[in-house]
Ligand binder design. Structure first.
Ligand code: PLP
Length: 355
């Protein structure tokens, strides 16, 4: 079976061997306060910085999911006024959870075809905001907020405003300009090519300073507790040791994101062209400037979508279901690094022949 599901998604084929190694080397029973575990943590963090070009003064934490990171951000970093613009299901959910925790949360829907920097009264929204939460890559509809847009938002936002970016389906797929964000959150079941169950938070010194200023220590996953443990190469709870070990092994074999990112972008551009020319689908998002490079949503009539998904399955291909309001009229396709070019060729062949 080929899978193009945008999460959980295709894992790297080497993961099978890494799992066996984890069992044979006793990794799964390691005490998480032991030197052996701390070595795995240290090496994983080192590789993460190296392969993804994370600045040395940014710190990395492991959680159980990206969703948990949303909650940590709301509980550990919120001051007075937060702002959540969203154009799809993940952004909306993030806004809803946050609004339940922090009263003063403004959410505004924007059209998925519109560049976030062009929404009405953006400067006004940002004016009194001390934290803005942006879904950098919206997996539900295949849009993204480009690095150039983030730069503009950074320039308009007040000096003390933290930029928190949900990059769950782009981190490790395309290069991110880390300096534009104060918190970048993700999980490993998308572009990292790993099984689900491990979340990642990458924090700037500014984010950490905010956590210190707020001083919240009331929760097991308060960022301050997480940081205290991370400084010792430990975690704040008994961690997903297997997930961390697998991340280490995958990162060891991976090339730098500056090599991977351009290939992913080129493959998406090529695939999008192909869809326009050779299939009965259209891209859900017509504005190329806001289309994601790692996830694409393709639109057609509900009946076509249903038939194509069924036919794909009988041809050994799993296509991603549409999400939220687009559940019935779209399919979604992941363009993640663990998927081979040859698999994309097979997908193209199927889409071209199945009319
Ligand atoms: C998949 C996804 C999530 C949820 O990730 P979990 O690890 O399942 O919590 C959050 N945000 C975006 C944009 C996603 O694509």
């Amino acid at each position: 079976m080929l899978t193009f599901y945008p999460g959980p998604s295709k894992i790297y084929p080497q993961v099978g061997q890494f799992l066996q190694d984890a069992v044979c080397d006793g990794v799964l029973s390691l005490n998480h306060r032991s030197a052996e575990f701390m070595n795995i943590m240290r090496r994983t963090l080192e590789l993460f910085h190296e392969r993804l070009n994370v600045p040395t003064d940014y710190t990395i934490y492991f959680t159980s999911s990206a969703t948990e990171c949303w909650e940590i951000v709301a509980q550990s970093l919120a001051l007075k006024q937060r702002f959540h613009p969203y154009n799809g299901s993940f952004g909306r959910k993030w806004f809803d959870y946050t609004a339940n925790i922090v009263n003063a949360t403004g959410g505004v829907w924007f059209d998925p075809e519109t560049n976030l920097t062009d929404i009405e009264n953006l400067a006004g929204w940002l004016q009194n905001t001390d934290l803005v939460g942006i879904t950098q890559n919206e997996t539900s509809n295949g849009t993204r907020v480009s690095m150039a847009s983030l730069q503009k938002i950074r320039a308009v936002a007040p000096h003390n405003c933290l930029l928190v970016l949900d990059a769950t389906s782009s981190m490790a797929g395309t290069a991110l300009d880390w300096s534009l964000g104060d918190v970048w959150l993700a999980s490993v079941q998308k572009c990292f090519g790993l099984p689900p169950g491990l979340g990642i938070m990458v924090c700037s010194p500014r984010a950490l300073a905010r956590a210190v200023a707020i001083g919240d220590r009331t929760r097991y996953n308060s960022l301050l507790f997480m940081h205290q443990n991370a400084e010792k190469f430990q975690t704040h709870y008994t961690p997903n040791t297997l997930g961390i070990y697998l991340l280490m092994r995958v990162l060891e074999e991976r090339k730098n994101i500056d090599e991977i990112g351009p290939k992913i972008t080129a493959r998406m551009n090529d695939f999008t062209d192909f869809v326009h020319k050779n299939t009965r689908f259209e891209t859900l998002i017509k504005n190329a400037a806001v289309r994601s490079k790692t996830v694409i949503a393709l639109e057609s009539e509900a009946e076509t979508v249903r038939r194509v998904k069924t036919a794909a399955l009988t041809n050994g291909i799993i296509l991603g279901n549409g999400y939220g309001q687009w559940a019935k009229t779209t399919i979604r396709i992941a363009n993640f690094p663990a998927i081979d070019d040859a698999e994309f060729d097979q997908l193209k062949m199927f889409l071209a022949h199945y009319q």
